[in-house]
Write a protein that binds this ligand. Sequence first.
Ligand code: R2B
Ligand code: URA
Length: 262
Amino acid sequence: MFGDIKFVCVGGSPNRMRAFAQFMHRELGLAGDGEELADICAGTDRYAMYRVGPVLSISHGMGIPSISIMLHELIKLLHHARCRDVTIIRIGTSGGLGVEAGSVVITDTALDSSFKPRFEQAVLGEVVVRSTELDKDLAQELLACSKEIPDFPTLIGHTMCTYDFYEGQGRLDGALCSFSSEKKLEYLRRAYDAGVRNIEMESTAFAALCGLCGLRAAVVCVTLLDRLEGDQIRAPRALLGEFQRRPQRLIAAFIRKRLGVQ
Ligand code: R2B
Ligand code: URA
């Protein structure tokens, strides 16, 4: 059932990954309108999975524990199906750092909240440190694709991955405010100076696991706001919808190009 899969696209929300599968169905010119695509994992309520030609579209929920469960199960699936030459891409949302809202950031290296390119995994009570480098050639290939789409601000940069959306990302609009506005900006500016251009919650675990298992991996996230300007996402709903479709448009263009679809 899965032996000919060549692309796996993962993202947080089940609805967005269904929309991506339907979009991909149209972009690949497959028969039918894609409305009838079935969730392969329906009934488990753990994540949603859609298949469109050689593409799998899967949701991973929010945060490292959630994506890590899905990735282990996905990588076992790809192994048992004897898939070869698989490219895996996380398409998501993020908070930008010194970049215009709506920019698409292609991650070169995922950093932890101390700006280090590492993912710490506790194994049998010992902390194991794993590298979070991503495939540089794939990032460049994606950047080249983005240049062919009009009005599509895209850059390559470091992505900081945190365990929390509020205090963990230096926000002052959560239930706890444990630091000053000056300390927050000082932290975010240090992150910017370390090369961080966006902040999200899965990239270090994704990069580490995919890297160790030999999958060519990329992280492509749109920024919903500039964190140097505020904490709250204030863009109107319609604009946010358009922003969230940007990574999908880029990946669809990339897959079409790889498959030679005109
Ligand atoms: C981006 O958005 C989510 C938090 O709102 C999280 O899953 C992420 O990485
Ligand atoms: N996702 C995050 O993790 N942070 C943001 O600021 C926006 C989306």
